[in-house]
Design a protein around this ligand. Structure first.
Ligand code: NA7
Length: 543
């Protein structure tokens, strides 16, 4: 019988988390096998190739900080990097650190089972290949499990269908076509203005309007780039020590109602002009106090009315059901103005829901729309989807699906009781999607790397979250969230976008500084809240 290959660590995913994790593990002298479902590196930026796909964190900050030469040599061409540039950056990092040789591409992991007697994870790929590893690190991303709603008749549509999160690699032209976009979250809001420029007719099928602020994207000014590169280590340190999200956003110092109305308006206006998520940092209490939040929301509502010429369309585009920022705020280029174009029609699915997809388009209760293409910008099974799509089996045959049937539970968003030696990078219960993702990825990768180094030095072979520590962390995550307006919105942060998904506020809202402090304290105390043990059997080079 063929012997099963065994490595120290298996890493699932080769996006920004998987790439850096692989690099870090190699530096520790560990043997690593990475698996990646795509044909190349890049993760979310590999799959999301839809028109307008762009990061909404500034390029100078949405980039690795772990290597000074890397951050000095790479040149971003715009304030917010577009998807092709981010993908090129991921490719550059893979080349620079020679990472591809340990990544098996086009390989999906079907299951991961902890073999208790051997203290090994047994990984099985979709093709049936088997691998053993002492540690399993899930770098599977927070927004990687695309969600396409099951609409009656979808399979009979004769035109082309796309999901924004699984866009073809070859160029897609909508020139002269009738196109329907379903969904007006961040992806739809980025894609709609560009599709509108190309298509003969664009129909936007909107169920819930979202708040969007202008990106104010621009080509990277040389002086701005220089100002960052001159001082990169100090600026990165400031983001680590004095920001809530891991990005420097020039946070305001006052509560909304501490400032007279006229000055407030000027401040909002200045933030609107500055662009992007800076808007939500104008005041300290926008996500804590409903009356304060309303001031910001009303400002954006007025902006929508001032941009969109047709008052009825402006009304439909105006969100009324949630606090601004409680759902992920969208960042756009020309979104609202796109609805002034004669070739763009907004269809309100609240008053006129989709009944079915037909052979030639979409039929709502009131009308049939002939379409050449349908773009599903319908989002993701966020934060837990990619993990639960695999069969992950821990101690005593416990599956992650069962463990998380009432919502995700973890210690620090990194480990789950009952699943020894399994780490989740930016897992639920960590700042993750509420932070600059690359920033949080680096923190997790470094913490996990240090942890594995510690185990090695102390000749320990397993680490597992203790149930009591997990319980306490889950309670803390919920308690902190409940002090904010976040859990009140029906967002993908709470799982509300997936029918049947338990409603739990998943990311940690306490800020990256408090979170890092907690993680560092846990490590300094010899990994308090974790059980560390020396297993009887250990087969790999680390033992
Ligand atoms: P989002 O933000 O989850 O948006 C999905 C959109 O699709 C949203 O407008 C949904 O409306 C709509 N949707 C979903 N299902 C349906 C059905 N069945 N019918 C009509 N409309 C539907 O996903 P995105 O990809 O835009 O953004 C995800 C994140 O990626 C984003 O926050 C950034 O962090 C990057 P609903 O609100 O449910 O009424």
């Amino acid at each position: 019988m063929e012997r099963i290959r065994c490595v120290d660590v298996v890493v699932v995913g080769a996006g920004f988390a998987g790439l850096y994790m692989l690099h870090r593990l190699r530096c520790l002298g560990l043997t690593v096998q990475a698996y990646e479902a795509g044909d190349d590196v890049g993760g979310v930026w590999y799959w999301n190739r839809y028109p307008g796909a762009r990061c909404d964190v500034e390029s100078m900050q949405y980039s690795y900080s772990f290597d000074e030469d890397l951050q000095q040599e790479w040149r971003w061409t715009e304030r917010y990097a577009s998807q092709p540039e981010l993908l090129a950056y991921a490719g550059h990092v893979a080349d620079r650190f020679d990472l591809r040789r340990d990544i098996k591409f086009a390989t999906r992991v079907r299951s991961a089972r902890f073999l208790e007697t051997k203290a090994l994870w047994e990984m099985v790929t979709a093709a049936g290949d088997v691998l053993h590893a002492r540690f399993c690190i899930m770098a599977t991303g927070c927004l990687s499990s695309a969600r396409i709603p099951r609409l009656p008749g979808m399979e009979r549509f004769r035109g082309r269908s796309f999901h924004t999160g699984g866009w073809p690699h070859e160029p897609v032209s909508f020139e002269g076509e009738r196109v329907g976009v379903i969904g007006t979250g961040s992806s739809g809001i980025q894609a709609i203005p560009l599709i509108a420029r190309e298509a003969a007719n664009l129909f936007v099928f909107q169920r819930t309007p979202n708040f969007s602020v202008p990106a104010q994207n621009w080509p990277m000014p040389e002086e701005y780039e220089r100002s960052w590169k001159r001082d990169y280590p100090a600026l990165r340190r400031r983001a680590r020590e004095a920001s809530t999200s891991g990005s420097l956003t020039d946070p305001g110092q006052h509560k909304v109602h501490d400032i007279p109305p006229q000055e407030r308006e000027q401040l909002f206006e200045a933030r609107w002009k500055k662009g992007g998520v800076y808007f939500l940092h104008a005041f300290t209490d926008l996500l804590l106090d409903e009356a304060s939040n309303k001031e910001a929301a009303d400002f954006v509502r007025r902006k929508i009315r001032s941009i969109v010429k047709d008052a009825a369309v402006a009304d439909l585009l105006t969100p009324t059901d949630h606090a601004i920022g409680a759902k992920r705020i969208c960042v756009d280029t020309d979104y609202y103005d796109t609805f002034n174009r004669p070739n763009v029609t907004l269809v309100d699915l609240r008053s006129d829901p989709i009944e079915e997809v037909t052979v030639t388009g979409l039929r709502t209760t009131r009308k049939e729309y002939a379409l050449d293409a349908i773009v599903y910008a319908t989002g993701y099974d966020a934060m837990t989807g990619a993990l639960l799509n695999m069969e992950i089996i821990g101690r005593g045959g416990l599956t992650l699906q069962d463990k998380w049937q009432d919502g995700p539970r973890s210690y620090l968003g990194m480990m789950v009781a009952g699943f020894p030696n399994l780490f989740t990078i930016t897992g639920p219960g960590s700042p993750s999607v509420l932070s600059n993702m690359i920033f949080s990825i680096e923190q997790h990768v470094e913490w996990i790397g240090d942890c594995l180094g510690y185990l090695e030095q102390n000749r320990l072979s397993t680490i597992e979250a203790e149930a009591a520590a997990e319980e306490e962390w889950v309670e803390h995550v919920n308690a902190v969230a409940d002090r904010t307006l976040y859990p009140k919105a029906a967002s993908w942060y709470t799982g509300a976008n997936v029918p049947g998904k338990p409603r739990v506020f998943m990311p940690y809202v306490g800020g990256v500084v408090a979170y890092r402090r907690k993680c560092d304290k846990v490590a300094a105390a010899g990994y308090s809240g974790f059980t560390l043990a020396r297993a009887e059997v250990a087969e790999t080079s680390m033992a």
